[in-house]
Design a binder for this molecule. Sequence first.
Ligand code: NAD
Length: 494
Amino acid sequence: MNDIQHWIDGKVVASTSGRTAPVFNPAKGEQSGTVALASVDEVDAAVASAKAAAPMWRATSLSKRAEVMFRMRELVDANRKEIATLLTAEHGKVLSDAMGEVARGLENIEFACGVPHLLKGGYSEQASSGVDVYSIRQPLGVVAGITPFNFPAMVPMWMFANALACGNTFVLKPSEKDPSVSLFLAELLAQAGLPSGCFNVVQGDKVAVDRLLEHDDVAAVSFVGSTPIAKYIYETGTANGKRVQALGGAKNHMLVLADADLDMAADAAIGAAYGSAGERCMAISVVLAADSIADDLVAKIQERIPSVKVGAGNEPDSEMGPLITAEHRDKVAGYIAGAAEGGATVVVDGRRPEGDPGFFVDPSLIDNVQPGMACYDDEIFGPVLSVVRVHGYEDGVEMINANPWANGTAIFTRDGGAAREFQFDIEVGMVGINVPIPVPVSYYSFGGWKASLFGDTHMYGPEGINFYTRGKVVTSRWPDPAHSTVDLGFPETR
Ligand code: NAD
């Protein structure tokens, strides 16, 4: 049994809260460890450590902060397999997918290596006679990150790489469902030369989150998770005077026009719907199929499903693993059960018999889905793909734009004009053109619109740098004291 504790002030700290939660191996359905759930005092200790380290870290030169990021880049690169193996054991996703997660997280550390360039300000010489004006960006102080179970390595890297490089200190509250990776990343940051106190991990649940949201010494909160919690974090954090970016849930649609290459669209739908067992905020959960090709497309998706190899994440052949918990498996299975009752057609039913070991649901396909059905209206977050038949482009765009979520979307077509119109018309934060999971590279920013984002700042990339810094503008002059006079007028440029 793994005993998973906090990381405070540069070392593992055993919890004394007396509260714990079980951690599972989802492929076996067995408990593999116990994670501490922090008390208010333990959160306070982590924030105090981060606060004490902040003045020194902020004063550390840009090149030294970048040097830590370069070393962290090398360490994460050298430990890809270890990180992936750790997260597969607790999350359940297959090893190849976990390696992909580490690679996409690593991109953010690489971006943060460029912090000296990213923090360059502006300078205007002679803005007025003898007056120069320049802008600088400075860190906020202690910032917190609260992260979801589905990317236990990548999402923390989305946050801490830029936050630390900008000169902030960090307190991470990872998901209690797969907490071990956070401690490994803390060790790597220490090996990279990050001074103690700059990065802390408090394991925990709502108690820890609420304390971070109300703590006077936490300047900003980055959150990624489900929509109701994102809304709560945003409202509570901002009510307490903090800067908050809170990314929520999703229901991503893939519009397949009549001219699309149907084999390519079916391949893409399989990967985007069933990869990581659908537990991705950018997973495709709805295919909007133009009427004239819908039967063919459904047949092509259906014929591919049996070849998806479902199994434990650490088995080399597995392409899709289990879901995170037994409760989540049962919830996902409930949507398949409810679909037929609601009038949809269950084409492939991936529910397993009761007593089957592990938290598996096999790839499932539901046709003739309509808005108003639970399998359309809710974020299922499992390997269940719904097909809605639409008349064509306008009908599809109208449906996507009417959806309360707006994280990602994709269009499949061979018509460049339609694709360009889609990019213009669609009210969604991340758009794919013949790309089913359009997660932006680290030098752009990641985020949805509407109920998929609370606040106005997307995660990582340039918006991440802005989020973790405040602007300051300096107006300066070095006059000859001999010419000094009293002037009560409002300063004008001359
Ligand atoms: P979640 O909202 O249940 O949990 C996220 C974090 O919030 C965890 O650290 C958890 O401990 C904490 N939390 C949970 N309940 C809380 C409460 N009542 N009060 C305070 N804190 C609480 O999300 P999850 O199940 O871990 O992750 C899956 C969800 O995250 C999905 O909805 C998915 O779409 C979303 N997600 C979104 C993005 C994105 O970028 N938009 C990325 C990944 C995941």
